[in-house]
Design a protein around this ligand. Sequence first.
Ligand code: PGA
Length: 240
Amino acid sequence: MPRKIAAGNWKMNGTEASLAELAALTANHPAPSVSVLLCPPATLLARMSATAGPIATGGQDCHAAVSGAHTGDTSAQMLADAGATYCLTGHSERRTDHSETDAIVAAKSQAAYDAGLTAVICIGETLAEREAGTTLAVITAQLDGSVPATANAQNTVIAYEPVWAIGTGLVPTTDQIAEVHAHIRAQLSDKDIPLLYGGSVKGTNAAEIFAVPHVDGALVGGASLKAADFSPIITALENA
Ligand code: PGA
């Protein structure tokens, strides 16, 4: 798999009709030179995986257990069975809406590895933490707590997503992205794990972000829902 990754997170959006966007995306990119990943809602994962062609699919979350009495949850094995090869873990919306701690994120990431999935482990500071000057300390703590000791360049991708940039249209400066990505790279110096930036990535700012050192791609929310919006981001990464 190419190291550069353009990843889309559809969050709680999409029904069968949305698969037309997948068809448009595969028509636009029949042989992408970067890894392209889409994480649809669980209800679409099997159908998307069946027709995704060169595009990889992933879950947006998994339970830490393989199976059992966990009503409403989905195990990493089930995601793999539905055709996924990736799973997001620790997205800030999971950390906030479902009180997921670093320890829970680490357990879910290990469950993803055990199912043969690559975990896209999401970290990022809140606006209050950035304004307090604690961004790098927060990132260090999240890396220490959320990334299993068994993480390596094959089973793990790290997505740096400042919470205040998600879905807001606010984007850190390229210097701010560079500082955090260099910090993550230094923290993980023994592992050559790909690093994605996420938070309000669009076709209009993608090239600038992909030019930042240690940025290997993007995790994209809103702009991944429509092929017309996601395609320029894929192309920008191919040209980076
Ligand atoms: P956004 O979401 O691109 O809509 O800001 C990013 C994410 O949550 O992964």
